[in-house]
Design a protein around this ligand. Sequence first.
Ligand SMILES: [Fe+2]
Ligand SMILES: [Fe+2]
Length: 352
Amino acid sequence: MEKERDLVLIVDDNPTNIDLLISTLTKDYRLGVAINGPKALEYVAKQKPDIILLDIMMPGMSGFEVCSRLKSDPETSDIPIIFITAVDDVSRKIKGFELGAVDYITKPFLAEEVRERVRTHLDLKSMREQLTDRNVDLEQMVSEKTVELEKLLDATISTITLMAETRDPYTTGHMNRVANLACAIAKHMGLSKERIRAVELAGILHDIGKIRIPTSVMNRPGRLLETERELLKIHPEIGYKLLERIPFTIPVADIVLQHHERMDGSGYPAGLKGEEILLEARILAVADATEAQSSYRPYRPALGIDVALEDISKNSGILYDPKVVEACLTLFGQGLFSFDEDNRVRDPGHIQ
Ligand SMILES: [Fe+2]
Ligand SMILES: [Fe+2]
């Protein structure tokens, strides 16, 4: 479909000027005419022109005032305005530009100049509109792709956890509960949305490295031998290696790697201390310890949440970050969080 011709509004109180402009532009454009400021505003309210040729000196409302009003209204602020002014009226021309006009046409008119200026500014307007449309399209595409990527990431994580669950359902239950508590702590501590998401993902995956530990070790009742305990200690590094290639925008693999580091440097694998450990990993450590201690173990019944909280409280500042411990105690103390009772007794994991 052929594009409708652009609409030019001529605003001038002088009939001779109006006639001249009409005869100059009528071949190429649709034209509207207003003989004073209020009529111009009335016209624009009904039908939005593509460009306005606006006389400055008019009785009653001046062209400047009309321009100011149009520019202050978001509905009309993007209409290009070309002022009509006398040749030597420099100060008025400057004021016109300050008010947002794009150009001026000097009287007496030169038909060719009027046509060229109008055409140039209509072309510029059309290019601006195309750019805006393109930007809107691009923003839409980016947000659609982001949603797609998030879905893909969720599906990848589900697949990984499903694989782990097939082999060892207990660890998966533990990881989900740890993720829930770690998220609640992160939220309570006021972490950003992105960091809470990192804590959540790292929580869901934190013990994924256990898929390299023989099931005979993982699920055997009774206390583990020293050699078996040492073997289990490789799981954060295995987890890191499994996750490092997934292009997360957040440091999920590093958080997993550090979830057994302890504040006093007694943890593993690197023996990091205090703030050398990522805050997300310090949060995960407290959630992990709380969940593991309150749960059933093959060699003992579930100790219960009170015993678990007493332990993290006793080790606050030694093994665990005091601020994280405080947040965890508050969540349980004020009844803001609890583990799913049904799940808790099913977890026989030997190690947090
Ligand atoms: Fe672990
Ligand atoms: Fe764990």
